[in-house]
Every structure is written in C-alpha cells, then in structure tokens.
Design a protein around this ligand. Structure first.
Ligand code: AMP
Length: 435
C-alpha cells in the first residue's frame, strides 16, 4: 500500500515524497482514510508510530486552500515542544498548499503569536493555556473550527489539563470533526473520549499499553548513589553518542547533568523550569551531537522527536507506570531499534513490577557491567561557544587514579564494582572486576 492509495491530493503526496516516506505506517494506513471521510476517530498509537502525519495530512487536505483569517482546524497538544514539532510537520507537509499554519504556546512572548494570528491562520496548533489566554484577550476566534484533534490525550490528563480542555471544547462550534490520540488508555481517557467523540472509528495499531517489541529492555539493580557512575561507564564503554536520560525531578535532572559533565560527558538538562530558549538550545545541541546526554523530566520530554535515538535510560523509574511507555517511545522511532536501560534502586523494585504489569512483559534484570566509582569533580565552566568534545580532552589531575577503597567510601576515590554482584556487592581493590 502506498500513500497514493490513501486518497491524498497531489500537493500532499509530493510533500510526503520529499520527506522521503515510501510507505504509510500502520496508523497512517488506517487514520488517514478514516479522517478523510469526516467522521470522528479514536486512535491508540504511541509516539514514534507516525501518528502526527496521520492526522495532519487529512486536516491539510480538508482545509484545501487558505480562507478567511480564523483557524478552521485546531490541534491541541500538552507541551510546547510537541506543539512546535506538530507545527513544523504541518508546515513541511503543507508546503505546496499555501495553507497558513500558526503555533501558539506559553513561555514565550505573546506578540509574535498575536501577529501571526492576525495575519491569518488555517491550521492552529496550540497548548491549552496560551490558547485560552489569547481567546480571552479577543485575539483568537475559534468559531470557525471545523476539525479538532486532541493529541497525546493521556498526557494532557496527566498534566492536569482536563478543565482547560473542557473550556476549549465549550469555545468550539457544535458541528465539527474530532479526533483523539492517546498512547495509553485509562478510565479517565475513556470518559473523555465518550464526551468528545461521536461514533468514532476506533484505531488501535499497537496492543494497548504495550511498547514497541523492537526495543530491548534491560534493568540493573544497584544502590542509588552508584547510578551515576554506572551511567557514565555505560556511556563511555558503549561509545554512546546520544542518550536521553530520565529523572523524576527538575533538581535531579540539573544535578545529574552536572555530574555527567564532571565525568567528562557533555550533558544538558531539560525541564519545565528552563526557559523556552534554553530548552530549544539543549535540544538542538543534542540533535547536532554537540552534547551526548540530555537529562530530562517526563513533562519536558513529551513530544521530543529525535530521529533514531538509540538509547534511553531511566535513571529513576517513573511513579506512573504509563510514563515508562512514553519515555521509551523516544527510542526506536519509525522502524529503528532501540535500547532502554533502567537503573533500579533498592526502593524501586515495586515500580518496576508495576511497569511490567502495564507492559505485560518482563523487563529482565541483568548484572551491571563493571563500573568505577570516580571522584566527583566540579563541573567545568560552560564555554560560550560550542567546545570540542570533553571526552577528547585529557582527564583532570587526580582523576583516573585508582585507590583501594572500602564500601561506602565513594568520595575522592575510585572504586570498582563487578558484574553479578547486584546489591550488597563486594568491592574490588583498585581494579575492575567482572569482565
Ligand atoms: P510521530 O509518531 O508522528 O512522532 O513520527 C515519528 C517519526 O516517524 C517522525 O520522525 C516522522 O518524520 C517519521 N515518519 C512518519 N511517517 C513516516 C513514514 N510513513 N515513513 C517513514 N517515516 C515516517
């Protein structure tokens, strides 16, 4: 089956071919024709399955050509990163249509967005807060929205957007087409679907609440304070060039990024307290391989589309098991293979079991490979310009030395930790063991 068979118009087919897509993905095969018929759609699809094109292409087709000033199609996303990405995709797919695509989200100045809306908009991609702000100010008219897509609905609810969504729905015309995309299904999601959709076509391309089989999952059990050392070793020994690391807290993300920098691994943190420009810069540096490790919280990571991201590390397991699905959705996108590593502290075994229940599969424990406990060096000052890769530089004095040490004496010393020791491990005296 090709894109030609899906009933798309030549301008869109051309843009898709220019993107280099040969065949539609499973969600595209089913959602594009369903949306083109004008009915409501409920799709269960993880990020990475090509879901964005599966709703953006039919929306663009239905919009046909620029008309009026107010948006006629609206896509609501939970985060600004996702909004920006959906907007970017829509501009690429719509490049031969002349349609005007505007993106609005919080955390940046309003005026350029207001100017964009005033200049005319056919498809609007927005996060709920800023959308409501602009509507209240009277600069956004939602009376002409004939198609509405709620993207990553599960994350919307996790982020507490239910009231905002209800307010947005009240602002839309009664008669419209609706589509809802969600990676996971809870009772709340089902309730929202029942409220939003009329006799929807249900599309389920992945078994519910499971993750792509092509991802290799592995868990290492180890004391919390050793996690960063194992992580640094995995990155260095595995020659990982791009790894997305998840922490539970913003503070934890900052601290770990600094610690990894101290270990000679170029890193940046991305979370909700960072300015939009800092987040965009960190993501651009990561995509361009100027940094190796991007340390993120769940909320900040939502919607990141990094092509062929090979490694995802759960530095801390998420409290909500479904977040594991979202986290590893960052890897193995559109057919690539990926590798998801979980570092499981003594108090996190229960969280892993909950995750296994949601996945309906085991995440096997493996013995950690040998790793060394290194002295914490203060992170070097960040250069104003991109600097050469730190791991190409000589080690600071004092690092790289090995001391015999006893368990628990991790500061200012270098210890080794061997394969198969798990918790309550034995410490080697100044040498790596286990290989
Ligand atoms: P999404 O699930 O929409 O975030 O898409 C994941 C990735 O798959 C993005 O990098 C898309 O550019 C890419 N993609 C979407 N559709 C296709 C396709 N039919 N063939 C190859 N790659 C695709």
């Amino acid at each position: 089956m090709s894109f030609e068979n899906l009933g798309l118009v030549p301008g869109l087919l051309r843009a898709v071919a220019e993107k280099g897509y040969d065949t539609p993905t499973a969600i595209q095969l089913r959602a594009i024709p369903a949306m083109l018929t004008g009915g409501d759609v409920l799709a269960s699809a993880q990020t990475g399955t090509g879901k964005t094109a599966s709703f953006v292409l039919p929306l663009l087709q239905k919009l046909e050509a620029p008309r009026g000033r107010a948006p006629r199609a609206l896509v609501l996303t939970p985060t600004r990163e996702l909004a920006a990405q959906v907007g970017e995709c829509a501009r690429e797919y719509g490049r031969h249509t002349g349609l005007r695509i505007q993106v609005i989200f919080g955390g940046v100045g309003m005026q350029p967005q207001i100017d964009g809306l005033k200049s005319g908009c056919d498809l609007l991609v927005a996060t709920p807060g800023r959308l409501l702000d602009l509507e209240e100010q009277g600069v956004l008219d939602l009376d002409h929205v004939a198609a509405f897509v709620l993207d990553e609905a599960d994350r919307m609810l996790d982020m507490g957007f239910i009231h905002a969504i209800k307010r947005v729905l009240r602002l839309l015309p009664e008669r419209r087409q609706n589509a809802m995309f969600s990676a996971t299904y809870s009772d709340d999601i089902r309730a929202l679907a029942a409220r939003l959709l009329r006799e929807p076509v249900a599309i389920d391309v992945a078994p519910r609440n499971t993750v792509a089989e092509r991802i290799e999952h592995i868990a290492y059990k180890l004391p919390k304070e050793h996690k960063r050392h194992l992580l640094a070793q995995l990155i260095k020994d595995g020659d990982w060039h791009q790894v997305l690391v998840f922490t539970r807290t913003k503070h934890g993300a900052n601290r770990l990024a600094e610690q990894l920098e101290g270990a000679g691994i170029r890193s940046a943190a991305i979370h909700g307290n960072k300015s939009q420009s800092a987040r965009v810069r960190a993501l651009a540096d990561f995509k361009a391989n100027r940094i190796t490790a991007l340390v993120a919280t769940d909320v900040a990571s939502r919607g990141l589309d990094i092509k062929e991201l090979p490694h995802v590390v759960n530095y801390e397991l998420p409290n909500v098991p479904e977040d594991y699905v979202h986290r590893i959705g960052r890897t193995a996108r559109a057919g690539a293979t990926g590798h998801a590593v979980s570092l499981v502290g003594p108090d996190e075994g229960g969280l892993l079991r909950d995750i296994e229940k949601v996945l309906k599969r085991a995440v096997p424990y493996a013995a950690p490979p040998p790793f060394e406990i290194t002295a914490s060096a203060p992170p070097p000052p960040r250069p104003a310009q991109p600097a050469p890769r730190r791991d190409a530089r000589p080690r600071p004095q004092g690092q790289g030395q090995r001391h015999g040490a006893s368990h628990g004496n991790g500061h200012g010393q270098r210890q080794s930790h061997g394969r198969g020791q798990g918790h309550g491990q034995r410490w080697s005296q100044g040498r790596k063991v286990g290989r």
